[in-house]
Design a protein around this ligand. Structure first.
Ligand SMILES: [Zn+2]
Length: 208
């Protein structure tokens, strides 16, 4: 696989970003036969007329969870690029072989060392965990842009305190408990998360 950011940038179909713009220029050569005739359909399909290779750079599933504690909503400070230093929700990419809830609970364990729910067998959405919104996002990482479908959950954990959490070294720069009325959406790392928090505030803090 040849990755050439300088050659790829002019062919970009996504909005330019500091990270480059992909996936159009992700491959300059067919990764199977080496032909330069590799074609991109402008969305997510690569094909090679020479050897017949077809590759779909499919949307990846990812999760975020609004955890509401007695001290506020739980946000993580991103410890690495993209958007290092900005706020994010606990969550992340769903791994191959995982269901979306399983992936979320694994991310919670990894990122904050906390597992809220005991009964998670069978791929069911456990009681108390609610899917409230889903938005697309683009996640640039090391020269490749991944299109994601972000699923946003919410969960009440009234007794949760900062001291209950064990943050993942390197990945997480810190944790902040922020009351909904003090939240500044511009401090959030990603557009999909801003849209989700806007929806959450509408749904869960609007006076009855
Ligand atoms: Zn080929």
């Amino acid at each position: 696989m040849a990755i050439n950011r300088a050659d790829a940038t002019p062919l970009c179909t996504l909005a330019p970003s500091p990270y480059g713009c992909y996936p159009r220029g992700m491959w300059n050569y067919c990764p199977a036969c080496g032909s330069r005739e590799i074609r991109f359909d402008g969305s997510h399909k690569f094909s090679c007329p020479g050897c017949g290779l077809v590759y779909y750079h499919n949307t990846a599933a990812a999760t975020g969870c609004v955890i509401r504690s007695g001290q506020g909503l739980v946000f993580l400070v991103r410890g690495k690029e993209p958007a290092k230093g900005k706020l994010d929700l606990p969550g992340g990419f769903v791994d191959p072989g995982e269901g979306v809830v399983e992936g979320l609970l694994r991310e919670l364990r990894e990122e904050i060392g906390w597992e809220p729910l005991a009964d998670t067998a069978g791929g069911r959405v456990p009681k108390g965990l609610r899917l409230f919104a889903s938005f697309p996002n683009v996640y640039p990482y090391r020269g490749i842009t991944y299109n994601t479908c972000d699923l946003f959950f919410t969960l009440d954990a009234p007794g949760l305190r900062e001291g209950d959490l064990r943050l993942q070294a390197g990945e997480i720069g810190g944790v902040r408990f922020i009351r909904p009325e003090d939240l500044k959406l511009e401090e959030l790392a990603f557009d999909s998360t801003r849209r989700a928090l806007r929806a959450w505030l509408e749904m869960y803090t609007r006076p009855a």
